[in-house]
Design a protein around this ligand. Structure first.
Ligand code: IPM
Ligand code: MN
Length: 365
């Protein structure tokens, strides 16, 4: 297959982790005989420095001509005092909105060999296998903003259509998984949440095979720590999803291993790690590339329908963890931590070895 991918390295550790993920993508391309054509473009702080715009028109054009987008991370102290329009984060919000990527899928699954790094007890963390389905193009992130010297407000607006499509998406995802859906809101206080809850109730008639519960966000924040194994698909609005996904991510041991997919119902999508640009370790070559590598796996699965290739990346990442290789964020003994590149080499070697083993088997059949 031939696929065009726009690569947006961004800021901080973005360029390093994206370089790793691209190497893994090319290794998969070689093994499975796919032609992945890459076009690089600027976003975030890097784009502000170069074009005085966090999402330049050229970048949007390049993305439009591609089948999927791979993004590193945006942001950093250099741009912290910029006006709102010239903040790196604005580029990220705008690209999500421009391409109508309303569903942000954030899977949280325990890797057995990382459980010692989880802040939770092993027996609590080991059963985690949940998927946060975060609404990504509406809510308080995009509502009208006002600011005077002494007052400020952000409008939390949702239309029925915006809620319906994310809720339907979540029901479909639940169907493909364990058939459980938890809708998270703050319906005891917020009108947007009451409409949200009503729409979930309406939609559930269409999905009798899915078991639905409604839960208040404060209570879910607690239960994600006490009993995270309870959850299968969790659907929620933009703001709650942002907060809960960072919380859920550390259950697995590191924020550095969680991927995400932002999709809109066709095959186009944007794939990025859920973590940020980690400016404190940028340029040191020690960042964990796992989340970005796993984001490539999500791209292969959701945008290109390459299930086997995606599974191979996940298998290789898990195998490298099982062999006891870690980057500095996860290594128990920091002296033995691998660099970003060394850890990536291990993943690629794992893919290559598996492929050689397969070819040997085939030659006997
Ligand atoms: C995320 C990030 C972004 C968000 C920021 C960088 C704008 O935290 O992808 O979770 O809040 O959506
Ligand atoms: Mn976030």
């Amino acid at each position: 297959m031939e696929k065009k991918i726009t690569v947006l390295p961004g800021d901080g550790i973005g360029p390093e982790i994206v370089a790793s993920a691209v190497r893994v993508l090319q290794a998969i391309g070689k093994r499975y005989k796919h032609d992945f054509q890459l076009a690089y473009a600027a976003i975030g702080g890097a784009a502000i420095d170069q074009f005085n715009n966090p999402l330049p028109e050229e970048t949007i054009e390049t993305c439009k001509q591609s089948d999927a987008i791979l993004l590193g991370a945006v942001g950093g102290p250099k741009w912290d005092n910029n006006p709102p329009e010239l903040r790196p984060e604005k580029g990220l919000l705008q690209i999500r909105k421009t391409f109508d990527l309303f569903a942000n899928l954030r899977p949280v699954k325990a890797f057995p060999n990382l459980l010692d790094s989880s802040p939770l007890k092993r027996e609590v963390a080991e059963n985690v296998d949940l998927l946060i389905d975060r609404e990504l193009t509406g809510g308080i992130y995009f509502g009208e903003k006002k600011r005077t010297e002494n007052e400020a407000s952000d409008l939390n607006y949702y239309s029925r259509a915006e809620i319906e499509r994310i809720v339907e998406n979540a029901f479909e995802l639940a169907r493909l998984r364990r058939g459980k859906l938890c809708s998270v809101d703050k319906a005891n206080v917020l009108e947007t949440s009451r409409l949200w809850r009503q729409i979930v109730e309406e939609k559930k008639e269409k999905y009798p095979d899915v078991e639905v519960e409604h839960n208040l966000v404060d209570s879910v924040a607690m239960k994600l720590i006490t009993n995270p194994g309870h959850y299968d698909v969790v659907v929620t609005d933009n703001m709650f999803g942002d907060i809960l996904s960072d919380e859920a991510s550390v259950i697995t041991g590191s924020l550095g291993v969680l991927p995400s997919a932002s999709i809109r119902g066709d095959s186009f999508g944007l794939y990025e790690p859920i973590h940020g640009s980690a400016p404190d370790i940028a340029g040191l070559g020690i960042a964990n590339p796992a989340a970005t590598i796993l984001s490539v796996a999500m791209m292969l699965q959701y945008s290109f329908g390459m299930k086997e290739e995606a599974a191979e990346i996940e298998r290789a990442v898990n195998a490298v963890f099982e062999d006891g290789y870690f980057t500095a964020d996860l290594a128990k003994d920091k002296e033995n931590a691998l660099t970003t590149d060394e850890w990536t080499d291990k993943v690629i070697a794992e893919i290559d070895t598996n492929f050689v083993a397969d070819s040997i088997m085939e030659s006997y059949i």
